[in-house]
Design a protein around this ligand. Structure first.
Ligand code: ATP
Length: 352
């Protein structure tokens, strides 16, 4: 609703936060914009809450940008106060919604987004999302001089510069809970189950839920998976055990995920007598209440992100490394690959 030529008369007035000591204001940022972008992840709301309340505690005004870069281009902005982030720390999804925006990939789209930020007096940003979100944030910083700090929000845990990302712990626990359920029914019929988990082209969820769920075999994109070798291994496991076998497959595995492997096994007469099923866990891994670990991580990173911005940092992500919050330049976050823990991989060979 236009007032004084501005969408809602500028940013809302800050309400002091009595729970937090005010932080020293070392940056000339007056109004903070915050958005969630890319794939949603449990804990994004906890991060929003921490971001908004830390900004308010520092007498900043806060604007929420709905639907990530899509909303930034459309001017879909909403004023945020303490109450707007009440009762969300425990919820999955994101109250600001998320989206993927093709318009933002163009210079014209980014200019429209920057114009809207200026129109609403937003002079600093907190971006909650994955590597694509940070590529976009870096461009806003470089092309339009808008200070931005990123918070790692993705279930995939594939971001360099942080040991763990917001949403990963929840997704991992959801995957394990479902593997446990499948184990019960697999055991009852001595079945072979191929269970596909998320993670895009990274195997963090697969490796860790495979270990936690007692999988006999774990297939991840970081290792070379040859069909003949997989067939041999599965066949010897099924013959030796005469009970259920669980194979966890990362969605990014080069053999085409659980369905690809299932098809290859069905076409092979050696597997004729083996009772085989495949399950794709899919989006259940994204939903649900965040775990305690994700809530605390998201809260810490949200606070640290606003503090970093006020300290004058920009074009960085705040991550959690060896038990401490650490800043990493965004260009390193999206250009470097985080390695899986190869010791864990060795462990699977001993345990399965
Ligand atoms: P997730 O890892 O959960 O998928 P993400 O942040 O990587 O999250 P993306 O869809 O890759 O999700 O990116 C989110 C949005 O960021 C894109 O829809 C696009 O608008 C913007 N974006 C991605 N890459 C770029 C880029 N190179 N330049 C500008 N904007 C980009």
């Amino acid at each position: 609703f236009p007032r004084n030529g501005r969408p809602f008369g500028g940013c809302p007035s800050a309400i002091g936060n009595l729970e937090l000591d005010p932080l020293p204001l070392m940056h000339d940022i007056q109004c903070l914009g915050v958005y969630t972008s890319g794939g949603d992840a449990p804990g994004m709301n906890a991060c929003l809450r921490a971001t908004v309340r830390t900004a308010l505690a520092n007498d900043l005004e806060v604007v929420g940008i709905r639907r990530g870069y899509e909303g930034m281009i459309d001017g879909d902005f909403v004023e945020m106060d303490r109450r707007s982030v009440s009762n969300i720390v425990q919820t999955g999804g994101t109250i600001l919604k998320s989206a993927r925006s093709t318009d933002f990939l163009t210079e014209e789209g980014r200019t429209r987004a920057a114009d809207n930020l200026e129109r609403y007096d937003v002079d600093g940003l907190i971006a909650i999302g994955g590597d694509g979100t940070f590529r976009g944030a870096s461009k806003l910083n470089d092309e339009h001089g808008i200070p931005v700090v990123g918070c790692p929000g993705t279930i995939d845990n594939d971001l360099f510069g942080t040991d763990t990302t917001i949403g990963y712990d929840t997704a991992l626990n959801t995957a394990i809970e479902n593997i446990d359920r499948i184990r019960d029914t697999a055991d009852a019929h001595n079945r072979l189950f191929l269970i596909e988990v998320m993670g895009r082209d990274a195997g963090f969820i697969a490796l860790n839920c495979g270990i936690g769920g007692g999988a006999e075999l774990i297939l991840i994109p970081e290792t070379i998976t040859e069909m003949d070798m997989i067939k041999e291994r599965i066949f010897s496991l099924m013959s030796a055990q005469r009970r259920s076998t669980i194979v966890v497959v990362a969605e990014g595995d080069e053999l085409g995920g659980a369905r690809g492997i299932e098809q290859a096994l069905r076409e092979d007469p050696t597997f004729e007598d083996i009772d085989l099923r495949s399950t794709i866990l899919g989006h259940i891994q994204r939903g649900g209440a965040p775990t305690a670990g994700d809530r605390v991580l998201a809260s810490r990173l949200g606070v640290a992100a606003v503090e970093a911005l006020l300290d004058g940092h920009t074009d960085v992500m705040v991550g959690f490394v060896n038990g401490e919050t650490k800043l990493t330049p965004l260009r390193n976050v999206y250009s470097r690959k985080k390695s899986i823990d190869y010791d864990l991989l060795k462990l699977t060979q001993i345990l399965s």
